[in-house]
Design a protein around this ligand. Structure first.
Ligand code: ACM
Ligand code: ZN
Length: 735
C-alpha cells in the first residue's frame, strides 16, 4: 500500500516539476557521461546568452540564438540577466572537441577548452529542447561531459555522377552537424562530371560538367567558386571541415573530354553516361599534365582552408600508360620497374606539390601501390589488407569500406552499422595513425530525390559509433532514434528504412492472365503511385499499397511516395504479350548458375531492365543460347523476336550469329531466319538489340528453337582480354 502511494506521489511530482529522467533524453550521438538532475531550467524571451568576446564564440552564440528561434519560436533578448546561458572557454575541460554542459534550475553553462567543444555543447543543448513552438520551455537539468572517440567523423558525397544543388548540401550540413559529424568530403570530379569552376580552364565546366544522356537530354551542373566559398563557410560555422577531392590520374574522363591533349592518345572523348572504370586517364609522361593539375590545385587550395586535399587515386587502369611512348619513356628514365611505379611517381609528385602549399595529400588506398610517402593519409575502402599495409608503412588511415551508403540498406542497415567498430581490424594501430571513419555516398544511383533515403537513418548510427566507442546497447540506441524521427520529420527529411530496402518488387504472370506486381515496403506509410504511359509517376497518378494487377502489356513505372513526396526514382517494368507465355523451355547448354533465372524467365512476358542482375536476364559465360520452346499444340505464328544485351565494360557482348527454327515434332527443324551481327566490342555504351523475324504469312509450328552464338574470347585490347564474353537475353517473343 505504502509502495503504491509512494509511486503515485513520485509520478505526480515528476509531472508537476516537468522533470526528466535519463530515458526521456534522446541525444545522438550518446554523450560519454550524462547525469540527469531533478529539476529543470526555464527558458523564455528573457533568457540571454553570454559568450567570450571573441569572433568565433560570438558566432557560436549567434548560431544558438538563431537555432533556438527556429526550433522553439523564442527570440532571446540580447541583454544579460541572472539566468543566462553562458558559453565559457575553460582549459580544465580536456580535449580538442570536448565540452561540459551543465543545466541547473538557475543556469545553463557550456564549457570547453576550444571553440570546437563550445559548438558541440551547443548542438547537444539543442537536442535537449522540447519539440514544437512555445513562449517558454523547460530544459531538463543535466550534467554532461563529452568528447568524441575519433577525431575524423566524415561524410562523402559524390557530386560527379549526379549533381546536388547547394541547397541540398547545406541541408545535409545542418543535419550532419546536428549529429556532430565534422568532415564533409566533397567528391567534386569524376568521369561523368567535373563540378568545380576553374577559371584558368573554363572548358572543365563548359564541357566537362555536362553529358548527353542516352535519350539525347543534357545532364549536368557545377559550382562556381563563389558557391564553393559559401558552402565552406556554411560548413565552418557548423564545425564541419570541407575536404575537396579532385580525382587523378583516373576517373578523369570529364576533364579529358574538355582537354583531350591531357590523355595518352590525345583523341577526342565524350563525358561518359555510363558507370564503371575507364581506361583513358591523365598522361603521366606529359609534363603538360602536371602543369594543368598544379594550376587546377592552385585554384582549389585557396577555396578550402582544410589542411587536407584528396586526390582520389583509385581505380587507375594502366593500359594507356603501357601503350604510350612518353609514359614508357618516363618510366625508363626514372628507372621504374612497371606502371605501378608510374602511379607512385605521379602521386608523390602531386604530394610534393601540395606539401609546398602546406597541404597534406589524402587518397584512396590504391595510392599505396608502388609505395606512398608516409605523410599521405590513406582512405581505406577495399579492406583490412590495405589498411594494415598503410599502417605498417606508417601512414595515417581513415576507414571507409564498411560504411558505403550506396549499398542497399537490406545489406547494410542501421543495426549493422551500429554493431560495427570503426577500428575493426586496426585495434592495435599505433597511436595517432587511426584517425577515424567516413561514410561515402557514391551517386550512380543516388540523386537529390532519393539520396536522403540512403543517408538517413543510417548516418545517425554512423555518427553514434564514431563519437562514442563505449559499450553498445542497441535497444537504447533504437529508443533515441525513435525520438530523432520527429526531428527529421520536422526538417522534411526523406529518410529511408532502418534495415530493409525502401521497396522491393516482384512482378510475375497472374493466375488468370496479365501480371501481378507485389510491392514490399521497408517503411510504414509508403504508397506506390504508378503510370502506364511512360511518364514518371506523380502524387496524382493512381496508387496501390501492396498488390497491383495489370491486364494489358506495356510499360509500368512505379514510385514509392511518403508524405506526398517521391522517395525514390521510378522502377520500370516492361511487359509484352507472348504466345509462348508459360510454355516449357529447354536449353541445350545450361545458363550460368548465377544468371539462370526461373524456369520461364525467357517466356514470362517480362522484359529485363538495363540491369542484368534484375532476375529477368539469363546469361551464358562463353556458352551459346540454344533454347527450344514446346507450344504444346500446333500454333499459328507471325513472328519471333529475341533481345540481347551489350555492356562491354561488364564483358557482356551481343552474339555473333542468331538463328530461328521451327519444328512439328521437336526432332526435325527447319531454319526460318539467320542473322550475322557485326559486334563492336569496343563500344562501351549499354544497349539492348532486338533480333526480329516476321513472316508475311502465318506459320504453323509446335516447336520453336532459338540459337545465338556467343561472341567468344574478349578482344585482346579489352579489360577482359583472355576471358569469354557473356551472352544475355531476357525473352523469346512469339506473336
Ligand atoms: C572507390 O570506391 N572507388 C574509392
Ligand atoms: Zn601517356
Amino acid at each position: 500500500m505504502f509502495k503504491t502511494l509512494a509511486t503515485w506521489w513520485l509520478l505526480l511530482s515528476v509531472l508537476l516539476a516537468g522533470a526528466c529522467s535519463a530515458s526521456d533524453i534522446s541525444i545522438i550521438p550518446k554523450p560519454q557521461k550524462i547525469e540527469v538532475g531533478e529539476d529543470s531550467y526555464r527558458l523564455d524571451a528573457h533568457t540571454g546568452i553570454v559568450a567570450p568576446d571573441e569572433a568565433r564564440s560570438r558566432e557560436i552564440a549567434s548560431f544558438l540564438r538563431d537555432a533556438l528561434h527556429e526550433q522553439t519560436g523564442i527570440v532571446l533578448t540580447r541583454r544579460a540577466s541572472a539566468h543566462d546561458i553562458t558559453l565559457k572557454i575553460d582549459s580544465s575541460v580536456h580535449g580538442d572537441e570536448a565540452y561540459r554542459l551543465e543545466v541547473t534550475q538557475q543556469h545553463v553553462t557550456i564549457s570547453a577548452a576550444t571553440d570546437k567543444g563550445l559548438f558541440w555543447g551547443v548542438q547537444t543543448l539543442r537536442q535537449l529542447l522540447p519539440l514544437g513552438k512555445s513562449t517558454s520551455l523547460q530544459i531538463p537539468a543535466v550534467r554532461i561531459e563529452d568528447a568524441p572517440a575519433f577525431a575524423y567523423r566524415g561524410f562523402m558525397l559524390d557530386v560527379g555522377r549526379h549533381f546536388y544543388p547547394v541547397a541540398f548540401i547545406e541541408k545535409q550540413l545542418d543535419l550532419l552537424s546536428y549529429y556532430k559529424i565534422n568532415v564533409f568530403h566533397w567528391h567534386l570530379t569524376d568521369d561523368q562530371g567535373w563540378r568545380i569552376q576553374i577559371k584558368r580552364y573554363p572548358k572543365l565546366t563548359d564541357v566537362g560538367a555536362w553529358r548527353t544522356e542516352a535519350d539525347g537530354s543534357r545532364y549536368g551542373g557545377f559550382y562556381t567558386q563563389a558557391q564553393i566559398r559559401d558552402v565552406v563557410a556554411y560548413a565552418r560555422r557548423r564545425n564541419i571541415t570541407v575536404i575537396p577531392e579532385i580525382e587523378m590520374p583516373g576517373h578523369s574522363m570529364a576533364a579529358l573530354a574538355a582537354y583531350p591533349e591531357l590523355s595518352c592518345t590525345g583523341k577526342p572523348l565524350a563525358v561518359p553516361t555510363t558507370w564503371g572504370v575507364f581506361k583513358d586517364i591523365d598522361c603521366v609522361g606529359d609534363a603538360g599534365t602536371f602543369t594543368f593539375l598544379q594550376n587546377v590545385l592552385d585554384e582549389v587550395i585557396p577555396l578550402f582552408p582544410a589542411s587536407y586535399v584528396h586526390i582520389g587515386g583509385d581505380e587507375v587502369p594502366k593500359d594507356r600508360w603501357h601503350d604510350c611512348a612518353s609514359c614508357q619513356q618516363l618510366m625508363h628514365a626514372q628507372g621504374l620497374k612497371d606502371e605501378e611505379g608510374l602511379q607512385s611517381y605521379f602521386i608523390q609528385r602531386i604530394q610534393h606539390y601540395l606539401a609546398g602549399k602546406g597541404k597534406t595529400l589524402m587518397g584512396w588506398d590504391e595510392i599505396l601501390e608502388g609505395g606512398a610517402d608516409r605523410n599521405a593519409i590513406i582512405e581505406i575502402w577495399r579492406g583490412e589488407v590495405e589498411g594494415r599495409k598503410a599502417l605498417a608503412s606508417g601512414n595515417r588511415i581513415i576507414n571507409a569500406g564498411p560504411f558505403y551508403l550506396d549499398s542497399p540498406t537490406a545489406g547494410l542497415g542501421v543495426k549493422k552499422i551500429y554493431a560495427t567498430d570503426p577500428r575493426q581490424g586496426y585495434a592495435d594501430a599505433p597511436t595517432g595513425l587511426f584517425l577515424g571513419a567516413e561514410a561515402p555516398l557514391w551517386s550512380e544511383r543516388a540523386t537529390p530525390l532519393n539520396a536522403e533515403s540512403k543517408l538517413y537513418p543510417r548516418m545517425l548510427a554512423f555518427a553514434e559509433i564514431t563519437w562514442n566507442d563505449g559499450p553498445r546497447d542497441y535497444a537504447d540506441f533504437e529508443r533515441r532514434l525513435q525520438a530523432q524521427y520527429l526531428v527529421l520529420d520536422a526538417r522534411g527529411v526523406n529518410y529511408g528504412a532502418e534495415d530493409q530496402d525502401l521497396a522491393t518488387f516482384h512482378l510475375a504472370p497472374g493466375p488468370h492472365g496479365g501480371w501481378l506486381l507485389q510491392a514490399t515496403s521497408g517503411l510504414p506509410g509508403l504508397v506506390f503511385h504508378y503510370s502506364t504511359d511512360g511518364s514518371d509517376p506523380t502524387q496524382d497518378s493512381p496508387e496501390f499499397t501492396d498488390t497491383l494487377a495489370i491486364q494489358h502489356a506495356g510499360t509500368l513505372q512505379v514510385t514509392p511516395f511518403r508524405h506526398g513526396r517521391a522517395m525514390d526514382l521510378p522502377t520500370r517494368f516492361t511487359t509484352i504479350d507472348n504466345l509462348a507465355a508459360g510454355k516449357p523451355i529447354t536449353y541445350a547448354q545450361p545458363p550460368s548458375p548465377h544468371y539462370s533465372g526461373a524456369a520461364n524467365t525467357l517466356d514470362d512476358g517480362l522484359l529485363g531492365s538495363d540491369n542484368f542482375h534484375d532476375g529477368q536476364w539469363v546469361g551464358w559465360e562463353g556458352g551459346d543460347l540454344d533454347a527450344s520452346i514446346d507450344l504444346q499444340q500446333p500454333t499459328r505464328l507471325h513472328g519471333i523476336a529475341v533481345d540481347f544485351m551489350q555492356q562491354s565494360g561488364s564483358w557482356v557482348l551481343l552474339p555473333k550469329q542468331v538463328t530461328f527454327y521451327v519444328s512439328s515434332d521437336g526432332q526435325h527443324w527447319s531454319q526460318l531466319y539467320a542473322r550475322t551481327l557485326k559486334v563492336d566490342a569496343g563500344d562501351a555504351r549499354p544497349l539492348v538489340q532486338r533480333i526480329e523475324f516476321s513472316s508475311p504469312v502465318p506459320i504453323s509450328a509446335r516447336y520453336v528453337r532459338v540459337k545465338a552464338e556467343n561472341y567468344g574470347p574478349l578482344p585482346s585490347d579489352s579489360a577482359g582480354a583472355g576471358h569469354n564474353a557473356w551472352l544475355f537475353t531476357d525473352e523469346i517473343m512469339l506473336h
